[in-house]
Design a binder for this molecule. Structure first.
Ligand code: NOJ
Length: 555
């Protein structure tokens, strides 16, 4: 179901595919489109997520230092409509209210991130620790626990202290490893008595590729063919160091776990009978999730990355591969440093083999020798890159199971967006997305994938990086134009709440009735929102509510 107000924008990668769908995995008897009624194992953890820069606001309050995202978003032309995260949802001031939203959903966990520059303003612990920043996270953690909500805490969701970027070049520089370890150690010391689930990095693929290769994200560097690989190399070392710090100094006392959260787009071969497409699809995975997971589980980069980047570097006449190498000591230090794997998943692609002749410099994208395609029939309600392909989720999870010896998994992000002008709270397309994706997750659990929890992305609408506020992922709508950043439940809140209460999908009759009830109740929220929007328009001297909602920058 598509949102009535969805925008149809030009697709980057849409190529028409006239192919019959590939066969399903052997290990499942369910037809790809069939719905599986059943429940998750007892104790399965249901949550929702957020991240510091995307929701907190208060960018310069109470002693917080500047992050690379503050600096980047303050530059003109970097973010849609020149939006910034300066205020966002004002989550910094709304801890009580937001925890009550979580309670209304009956969440078992809340996944959020700590802003490094909020607690260490320059990024270097030796310079200064900001106690007011620590207090904010102390209060949040305490309130969650008082309400029986387990905190799952990410240490790095992209907001590097700006000082570290300016002075050392950020993740291009190996010195980040020790600074990050000091920061993590401080978090273990101050919060680890209450936090038992630590995620070092969220989505390092984005940090490396979008931050240092394409420059779409902070710090906005375009170091094609080298920047992403170098950043990833230092991130992996930093992750391993933090894991060892926890293992040596805190694990016995605190009894928690340290993992990493990797994003994974599933890549299905265009032609599942063509070995070249099958290999290309595997390469797509290895250059994406395998880039980080293979060193952590097996001690080195995936062979496909070493082969392709090495080959291309040689053809460019370089003396060594653009992919840095780990020493034998580093390999054994990094291997086995993942107590659980966080998985962030939103969408899938079809993959076909495509040769890119080596050109000067090369790039992450051309190194892979493949093309990504999408089926134009896949629903595409919000973000341009996000097509709803539920079966890809199950395939991805099973692939992870076979690649890394069935690790413990927490799904740390899964969800769908709508475009900004959409003020429709009856988000049937999101209900459909959650229903289908969570059902594929249930099938994966039955396949034997060791998934312990699921996190809907995201609790609130929020700052969506280079897209600013133009894409909304929230279960709760945030009226960014209102002074108090009012939150309104979308219909998906009602639906998700019922999945949580039933721990899955008990029967067709029940699940159908949830959807009906969810969409019935949302019209009241729609009216409240419309009335509030009307008031804020009147107070600004507008006589009437406009027929179409104004765009974000027009009010
Ligand atoms: C993954 C990122 O970690 C998150 O911050 C973002 O909101 C979602 N992708 C959706 O784009």
């Amino acid at each position: 179901m598509l949102p009535r107000c969805a925008l149809w924008s030009g697709h980057v990668l849409v190529l028409v595919l006239c192919l019959s769908a590939a066969e399903d995995f052997d290990w499942t008897e369910n037809h790809r489109r069939s719905f599986y009624y059943g429940t998750f194992p007892a104790g399965f953890s249901w949550g929702a997520g957020s991240s510091a820069y995307q929701t907190e606001g208060a960018w310069d309050k109470d002693g917080k230092g500047m992050s690379i995202w503050d600096a980047f978003s303050h530059k003109k032309g970097k973010i849609a409509l020149n939006d910034t995260g300066d205020f966002s949802c004002e989550g910094y001031y709304k801890v009580k209210e937001d925890v009550s939203l979580m309670k209304a959903l009956k969440l078992n966990h809340y996944a959020f991130s700590i802003s490094w520059p909020r607690i260490i303003p320059t990024g270097r612990k030796l310079d200064h620790v900001n106690e007011r920043g620590i207090k904010y996270y102390d209060d949040l953690i305490d309130l969650l626990l008082e309400n029986n909500i387990t905190p799952i805490v990410t240490l790095y969701h992209w907001d590097l202290p700006q000082f570290l970027q300016e002075k050392y070049g950020g993740w291009q520089n190996q010195s980040m490893v020790n600074y990050f370890d000091d920061f993590a150690n401080l978090c273990f010391e101050r919060f680890g008595n209450r936090v038992k689930h630590w995620v070092t990095f969220n989505n390092p693929w984005s940090i490396a590729v979008e931050g240092y290769e394409t420059g779409e994200h902070a710090p906005g560097l375009r170091l094609r063919g080298t920047g992403a690989y170098r950043a990833a190399h230092n991130i992996l070392k930093a992750h391993a160091k933090v894991w060892h710090t926890y293992d040596a100094q805190w694990r016995n006392k605190q009894k928690g776990m340290v993992g990493i959260s990797l994003s994974g787009v599933w890549g299905e071969p265009v032609d599942s009978t063509n070995p070249r497409d099958i290999e290309a699809a595997e390469r797509f995975f290895q250059f994406f999730m395998g880039w980080f997971a293979t060193p952590l589980f097996h001690g080195d980069y995936p062979p496909a990355m070493k082969e392709y980047i090495g080959k291309k570097s040689a053809l460019q006449g370089l003396g060594s591969s653009r992919l840095p190498a780990f020493s034998p000591q580093e390999k054994s230090y990094i291997k086995g440093t993942c107590d659980f794997l966080g998985v962030g998943h939103f969408t899938s692609r079809y993959i076909t083999q495509k040769n890119f002749p080596p050109m000067r410099g090369g790039s992450y994208f051309t190194d892979r020798d493949l093309a990504e395609l999408v089926d134009p029939l896949w629903p595409d309600p919000g973000s341009e890159w996000l097509y709803s392909v539920p079966w890809g989720f199950r395939r991805l999870l099973n692939f992870i199971r076979t690649q890394y010896g069935n690790p413990m998994i927490y799904v740390t992000e899964n969800g769908v967006s709508e475009k900004m002008p959409c003020t429709q709270l009856c988000d049937e397309w999101r209900i459909e997305y959650f229903k289908e994706y969570i059902n594929e997750l249930l099938k994966a659990v039955h396949d034997g994938v060791n998934v312990k929890g699921y996190t809907a992305w995201s609790l609130l609408d929020k700052f969506e990086w280079d897209e600013g506020y133009s894409e909304r992922f929230g279960l709760y709508y945030v009226d960014f134009k209102s002074r108090n950043k009012a939150r309104y439940p979308k219909a998906s809140v009602q639906f998700y709440k019922r999945i949580i209460a039933a721990n899955g999908f008990p029967s067709q009759r029940e699940v159908d009735s949830w959807k009906r009830k969810a969409t019935e109740t949302c019209s009241a929220s729609n009216q409240r929102l419309a009335a509030a929007r009307g008031k804020s328009w009147e107070s600004k001297g507008h006589a009437e509510i406009p027929k179409a909602w104004p765009k974000h920058d027009e009010v």
